[in-house]
Design a protein. Structure first.
Length: 472
């Protein structure tokens, strides 16, 4: 059932629409942000809800690391920013009276380190690329920012004249990889490499162009904010409403259903059992669902989607520093440096708890880079990240006091960082991803077209909750 964004906002503010039908017993698989949102709204409408969570925490891929760092310090292993256009997330933030602060995505004072050069990122974006990049003369006469905006301009114009045009544009873009799109626009290989490095997308250029341009055309990089105190404050805020209906440490190992209801086979340290309900919402990533036995065969298209939906790998490495050397030595506050080293992208924190200390995201990488980091031991990750970071910030080693890393492809409850369509996957898989299978509905960022974002997870959750609520 389709619900417009204003209708979904109204659900957050005022609850699900009135219905005269009997209350239902609903089983929700997963206590990530999608499962929590669906549980809250269904429970508030009078339904009986049980949430099954394999781990011992809520939030799923919303994960704020507080250890091994000193008191008051933390780092974001998952979502770290909220675009201004993500109204559903912001509605819940306001509902729970959480405090927001600006998040700076781009900082011209940050560093660009490539081919042995270390220059300010703003200089590269404004056209001062290293001579080693074999850019054509026309490409050197146009800044990288202007070249990218020139690519987007026709799409912006078409959408500006008719917002519904985005559906047709997206269908065209999903047939191409980002690299193919840039080649067709006349970009040289060197220009594509430079863009990939600066944007942090070099390892993702084979993904669907619609995934990238969708974010750009919706302006998801500007006006971003973060939740003060950690992004995990959002899932934690749901606990007063739904905490007592969550079964932690409960792993789903099989799904079944008949004409009367669903049966979810689960396992805890105490043994195996069955949780029954009238209907269910599965928020588990398909990378996890792929390893769960389905006793009531799903449709051919659903099985194909579960097998083939692409999940991207992502790895992050963090260091706590005794001094915020990037500010005192380099004059960098917030934003990110980029490099062709294995660490790829370095993000700088903006808040200043407990004096001069801070936690630096020393590496954020995707795709093949992330998989290679995952092949290293935790100790080896810190060693290599430290060596790479010293190329960006010489002498930084003296300030590093603690380190941690997260490899999302190795997380048994995630199986990857986020869903990310390859060319043609949107056309082939999306409808099957979101379609219910009998009494099972599906939600999560993968069950939306806003992959990677909490907004997509919440949107899909509210739609599934509404469908179950209004089901006769």
């Amino acid at each position: 059932m389709h619900r417009s964004p204003p209708e979904l906002v109204d659900i957050v503010r005022n609850g699900l629409p009135p219905v005269n039908g009997p209350r239902k017993t609903v089983v929700i698989l997963g206590a990530g942000i999608a499962g929590l949102a669906a549980a809250r709204e269904l429970r508030a409408a009078g339904h009986v809800v049980t949430v099954l969570e394999a781990s011992q925490r809520v939030g799923g891929r919303i994960r704020t690391l507080r250890e091994p760092f000193s008191p008051g310090q933390y780092a974001e292993a998952g979502p770290m920013r909220i675009p201004k256009s993500h109204v559903l997330v912001r509605e819940y933030v306001d509902l729970f009276t959480l405090t927001m602060r600006p998040f700076r995505s781009f900082n011209p004072a940050a560093w660009f380190c490539s081919h042995g050069h270390r220059i300010r990122l703003g200089d590269v974006v404004s056209g001062q690329a290293p001579a080693e990049f074999p850019l054509e003369a026309s490409e050197r006469s146009l800044t990288l920012h202007d070249r990218w905006e020139r690519l987007l301009a026709p799409y912006r114009a078409r959408i500006g004249n008719d917002p519904s045009m985005w559906v047709r544009i997206r269908d065209q873009l999903q047939q191409l990889s980002l690299r193919e799109l840039l080649h067709r626009a006349g970009w040289s290989d060197a220009a594509i490499e430079l863009y990939g490095l600066v944007a942090g997308f070099e390892t993702l250029l084979s993904a669907s162009a619609a995934e990238f341009l969708g974010e750009e055309l919706q302006d998801l990089r500007s006006g971003t904010s973060a939740i003060e105190g950690g992004m995990d404050q959002l899932p934690q805020a749901f606990l007063p409403d739904v905490g007592d209906c969550i079964r932690f440490g409960t792993r789903v190992h099989a799904l079944d259903q008949d004409d009367h209801g669903v049966k979810v086979h689960v396992e805890t340290v105490g043994g195996r059992s069955v949780v029954e309900g009238d209907m269910a919402i599965c928020t588990l990533p398909f990378s996890v669902l792929r390893h769960i036995e389905v006793l009531c065969p799903f449709s051919w298209n659903k099985r194909k989607a579960i097998r083939n939906l692409h999940y991207e790998a992502a790895t992050r490495v963090f260091f706590e520093a005794s001094e915020r050397f990037w500010e005192t030595t380099d004059g960098i506050t917030g934003g990110a440096s980029v490099t062709d080293q294995a660490i790829r992208t370095v993000y700088y924190p903006e808040r200043k708890p407990h004096g001069t200390r801070g936690v630096l995201m020393a590496s954020y990488c995707h795709g093949q880079d992330a998989l290679r980091w995952g092949a290293l031991s935790p100790t080896e990750r810190l060693v290599q990240a430290r060596e790479n970071l010293a190329e960006v910030h010489p002498g930084c080693e003296q300030y590093l006091t603690a380190g941690a890393s997260v490899v999302w492809s190795q997380d048994p409850y995630a199986g990857g960082a986020y869903a990310f369509f390859q060319p043609y996957q949107e056309r082939e898989l999306h409808d099957a991803i979101v379609a219910p299978e009998g009494r099972y509905h599906f939600a999560g960022e993968h069950a939306s077209k806003q992959h990677r974002w909490m907004e997509g997870a919440i949107e899909s959750a509210l739609r599934a909750a509404c469908a179950i609520h209004l089901h006769p």
